[in-house]
Design a protein around this ligand. Structure first.
Ligand SMILES: *Cc1c(COP(=O)(O)O)cnc(C)c1O
Length: 383
């Protein structure tokens, strides 16, 4: 296993014109894994040969950025994150375009959101540029793992965890940021398929002043109970309502929610209880590019059910990196179930999906510069 330094060739991509200040050491695996065929890929089940890691120690800051073979951690059982969930993550994808080049979709937005999530959990700031470097470096080293079939991608999971072994509730003095990568298949084998969602006024996900706008582990642990109950009732996901009045739509599962009533596209605003989705922002931008009225406004479940009953609810869909756009074919609330667009994918939902996917795979122009081509880098072998 040789040690090497990665140095970027032109410094223009992740340092904004600055010369490269950070060297990332690379320890390559001596046992590369067998890769799964593109058409066999699922979601989040296989991981690439390497991972990126950088550690934080109080007084020293973030240090020793490195790429190492994909491996487990050796944590003390008292490690803070295992008890008090001081952990944040994000999720983004690298796509292999129709020209063969690899592109990251809005990586800076994801890196900035990770830093925001860190702040909410009192995790010391990571440099956005270091996070971006980690994306480029790991995807660069594992670039053969980026699948080529349309609909597939390399999913990146940047994560920060508190690593100090102690019992007691306070910020940890040590942390690890790690980045792992998973080649993933098309979220739905047969293109996009409508899901059934259940609006709940029994459980809540987030309240103002809480952690709803951070991608933090605890939010997901707390959502499992309601999700399992909804599954037993035949639904795919839970549609969360606001935590105070149980009336206003928040979001669905791990996606933001959007709907179309008459000609208006509506999505809840970002009052601090909702994760500010990168896909949400991209879809809103596309809608506005196309001259549609796209409103970020509070909307109650009563307004949605009423619109469904009198035929004004045209379409409904979720947005998120994993599925990109996920049509909603059925909505349940209390004792009522309504079918949306005959349970089929709506024309606007399909058009939005097609438009964003075409940008991701470089089949269409990218007028908002959402994609970043993988940075070229050199690997300099050291002894
Ligand atoms: C990640 C996530 C989203 C979607 O965000 P994207 O940036 O579009 O992937 C929405 N809601 C929740 C709760 C999430 O965790």
């Amino acid at each position: 296993m040789g040690l090497a330094l990665i140095e970027d060739r032109d410094g223009s991509v992740w340092f904004d014109g600055e010369p490269a200040p950070t060297a990332i050491t690379v320890a390559r695996t001596s046992e590369p894994k067998v890769r799964t065929a593109d058409d066999q890929l699922q979601f989040g089940t296989v991981f690439t040969d390497h991972m990126f890691r950088v550690d934080y120690t109080e007084g020293r800051g973030w240090h020793d950025p490195r790429i190492v073979p994909y491996q487990g951690f050796d944590f003390d059982p008292a490690t803070a994150v295992l008890h008090y969930a001081q952990a944040v993550f994000d999720g983004l994808k690298a796509y292999r375009g129709k020209d063969g080049a690899i592109r990251l979709f809005r990586p800076r937005r994801h890196a900035e959101r990770l830093v925001n999530s860190c702040r909410k959990l009192c995790i010391p700031d990571l440099d956005v540029d270091l996070i971006l470097q980690s994306f480029h470096a790991l995807v660069g080293v594992d670039q053969d793992w980026v699948p080529g079939k349309r609909g597939t991608a390399l999913y990146l999971r940047p994560t920060v965890v508190a690593t100090e072994p102690f019992l007691g509730v306070r910020p940890s003095n040590t942390y690890t940021y790690f980045l792992i990568a998973s080649p993933v298949g098309s979220y739905y084998a047969e293109g996009i398929n409508p899901v059934k969602i259940l609006a709940t006024d029994k459980y809540v996900r987030a309240v103002k002043g809480g952690t709803g706008d951070a991608k933090t582990a605890g939010n997901y642990a707390a959502s499992i109970y309601a999700a399992v109950e909804a599954k037993h009732m035949g639904y795919t996901q839970v549609l969360w309502l606001d935590g105070v009045e149980h009336r206003y739509l928040d979001e669905v599962g791990t996606m933001n929610i959007m709907l179309q009533i008459d000609a208006e596209v509506i999505t809840p605003p970002l009052p601090g209880t909702i994760l500010p989705g990168v896909t949400r922002d991209s879809i809103l931008t596309l809608c506005r590019d196309w001259g549609l009225k796209a409103s970020e406004r509070p909307i109650t479940i009563q307004e949605v059910m009423e619109a469904a009953r009198n035929g004004r609810l045209k379409e409904m869909w979720g947005t998120g990196t994993a599925a990109v756009v996920s049509p909603v074919g059925e909505l349940g609330f209390k004792d009522e179930r309504v079918t949306i667009n005959g349970g089929k994918t709506g024309a606007l939902t399909q058009k939005l999906y097609d438009a964003i996917v075409a940008i991701q795979y470089a089949e269409a122009a990218d007028p908002h510069d959402w994609t970043t081509t993988l940075a070229p880098f050199q690997v300099r072998q050291t002894a």
